[in-house]
Design a protein around this ligand. Sequence first.
Ligand SMILES: [Zn+2]
Length: 271
Amino acid sequence: MPELPEVETTCRGIKPHIENNIISKVIVRNRNLRWPIPKGLNTKLKNHKIISVTRRAKYLLIETEAGTLIIHLGMSGSLRILATNEAVEKHDHFELQFENGICLRLRDPRRFGCVLWEKENPLEHKLLNHLGPEPLAKEFDAELLFQKSRKRKTSIKQFIMDAKIVVGVGNIYASESLFLAGIHPKRLAGKITRKNALDLTVAVKKILTQAIKQGGTTLKDFTSSNGKPGYFQQKLKVYDRKGEPCQKCKKPIKQIILGQRSTFYCSHCQK
Ligand SMILES: [Zn+2]
């Protein structure tokens, strides 16, 4: 599943190709994504210029003078920049064609992604308006995490994965960040110390920054039709390493289920 680092890398990958480019046609081949792609997009967008390509949480925001397309890659979505005459494949459901002969094509075999339209401020859209800060923004710091965690009786792992607290900390990143911060995933959020909050915000930023950096090199090519915009092969320290020795203390990594998600940790290094 594309996580925040993949979406950020996608954003950076497509941006230079489509920003300031003028849309010549919008093609919807299959409207039935997670929510139906709205009708009339061709009329709305034709001859309009792309003003900016940005990301908020795992949503890509493609802003034009007429309004903004909000794209989510769901479980299996990917975007590519191709020549408009490049052969269309089975799961290519949506595309923006541009005056200079290229297109932005969305492929999504499982169709859990979405393409939505917002005429007004996209950050006020109902899918986005309740979201917590970006993990790499200054706003997400130890004090905010500490204050928000007070009196919370949920586990710290579920807390850090809550998009209302901070966006983009998926299941793998949560396990890895808690290991780096030395915090047991089952600790109650309300019981973490100021020091824990600092260690955890630093860990989250570090893990995500590494993943994005790696994405820049792993995700070679947005302009090839067969090159898979693959998911990053990050070096993981605990995730999916049940029974293997902890890299710090050599004791075996444990696995538990928390909030129905697999959770990996070292019972010796994480308290
Ligand atoms: Zn350990």
